[in-house]
Design a protein around this ligand. Structure first.
Ligand code: FAD
Ligand code: EPU
Length: 338
């Protein structure tokens, strides 16, 4: 285990921002992590890094000890004819884990194909896509408390999962490293193609009774058609969350903007796609210096090469202000800003 100083994070964040960690270490086990915690001896605040696909680094040097989660391992720990419980090291790559499940015939995560990042970060914002969220397959997790090095277990109810939210983004923010996640996956597949784009993609291929592999392939194709590949164009996926507004507010907006889109979420509220709001404000495909809103998905802010985190943050603020002015809606970042 190497303790590094002034370590470049450029290749470790998907925006490709040129930023350094004052102190850096990659841990491959809970024992490594405890060693690093003891060695640090509360000298420097700790920041946990996974795949760097949901962070915006706005400082040239992060004064923290950045601990990269490299804890690996995928293991079936319980199995019946209906389901399998799989324990996965937090440092495993999420998409590789999904592909492993598809190969093994274990269903439940296929709609979450091609989401970048690590398994350990997946509970942080309860990752979601195409009608499925992490909480739908989540059983429990193990996390190491950074102040003590103790391992604690969190069950589903303890995690307080919400839309792009969990206790690890709220009361316990920055306090734990998620070292292992346990998933309950099904052998009797419950195919979910409720999200329109998936059924359209399957229809294109004349697939009537899709397998989990067919759903995974369809999700991959949809994502590749509209989201930029971070290896080609720096980005962190959706920059903002989709805002929830009251039905009264929505009805009022509908009079002025008859094409406005919404998704029902409760008796009182609807969700409005932030991408639509941002596009209506004229940002889609617009470039300001080295940054801009992606041409095929306005919710995705991109780095055209040499942008700084400050520039991207300045653009995000401008975008949020224009949405507030036009629609009286506050959009908040999904990305973790440092
Ligand atoms: P990082 O970016 O490294 O970290 C994110 C946050 O989690 C930080 O606050 C970090 O401190 C904390 N953290 C990371 N690992 C741990 C750990 N083990 N223990 C404790 N804290 C930790 N997200 C979706 O939900 N749905 C999508 O469809 C989606 N699509 C995306 C598409 C693209 C092209 C990109 C670039 C991103 C997308 N995202 C999506 C966002 C991102 O992939 C997820 O949020 C992912 O879970 C982040 O994982 P990461 O390992 O890269 O986390
Ligand atoms: N839209 C526009 N203009 C745009 C972008 C979108 O009008 O520039 C419209 C679309 O036409 C569609 C609606 O907005 O009617 C929703 O768009 P899309 O299906 O692309 O999904 P999204 O709401 O923009 C969310 C998640 C994504 C997730 C997809 C698929 C959030 C913040 N984002 O995007 O997650 O992959 O749904 O489920 O909830 C992420 O979190 O990083 C992420 C990429």
């Amino acid at each position: 285990m190497d303790f590094l100083q002034q370590h470049s994070l450029k290749k470790l964040n998907t925006f490709g921002l040129d930023c350094k960690a004052a102190y850096f270490v990659c841990v491959k086990s809970v024992a490594d992590l405890r060693y690093a915690i003891n060695k640090n001896n509360k000298q420097h605040p700790i920041f946990i890094l996974g795949g760097g696909s949901n962070i915006l680094l706005t400082q040239q040097i992060i004064p923290n000890l950045v601990i990269q989660n490299g804890i690996k391992g995928i293991e079936i720990v319980e199995e019946t004819s209906d389901y399998a419980v799989v324990a996965v090291g937090g440092g495993e790559n999420w998409h590789q884990f999904v592909l492993w499940c598809v190969r093994k015939g274990l269903g439940g995560v296929e709609n979450l194909s091609l989401i970048p990042g690590t398994v350990g970060a997946s509970p942080i914002q309860n990752i979601g896509a195409y009608g499925v969220e992490l909480k739908d397959v989540f059983l429990k997790l193990h996390a190491v408390e950074l102040s003590s090095g103790n391992v604690e277990e969190f069950l589903l109810a303890d995690c307080q999962f919400g839309y792009r939210d969990s206790i690890f983004k709220q009361a316990l923010k920055g306090k734990f490293l998620i070292s292992k996640v346990f998933f309950q996956l099904s052998k009797q597949h419950n195919i979910n193609i409720s999200y329109g784009a998936i059924s359209d993609e399957l229809a294109k291929k004349n697939i009537i009774k899709p397998s989990i592999k067919a759903v995974s392939d369809a999700v991959i194709a949809i994502r590749q058609s509209k989201l930029p590949d971070p290896a080609q164009l720096g980005n962190a996926g959706s920059f903002f969350k989709n805002p929830e507004i009251s039905i009264a507010h929505f009805d009022q907006l509908k009079l002025q903007f008859p094409n406005i889109i919404s998704f029902p979420i409760s008796e009182e509220k609807v969700k409005v796609p932030a991408g639509w709001l941002i596009e209506q404000c004229g940002w889609k495909g617009k470039r300001i210096g080295n940054t801009g809103a992606y041409e095929k998905q306005a919710l995705v802010l991109v780095n055209y090469g040499n942008a700084t985190g400050q520039e991207i943050w300045a653009l995000a603020i401008q975008i949020a202000e224009s949405v507030k002015e036009k629609f009286d809606i506050i959009i908040t970042p999904e990305v973790n800003v440092l």
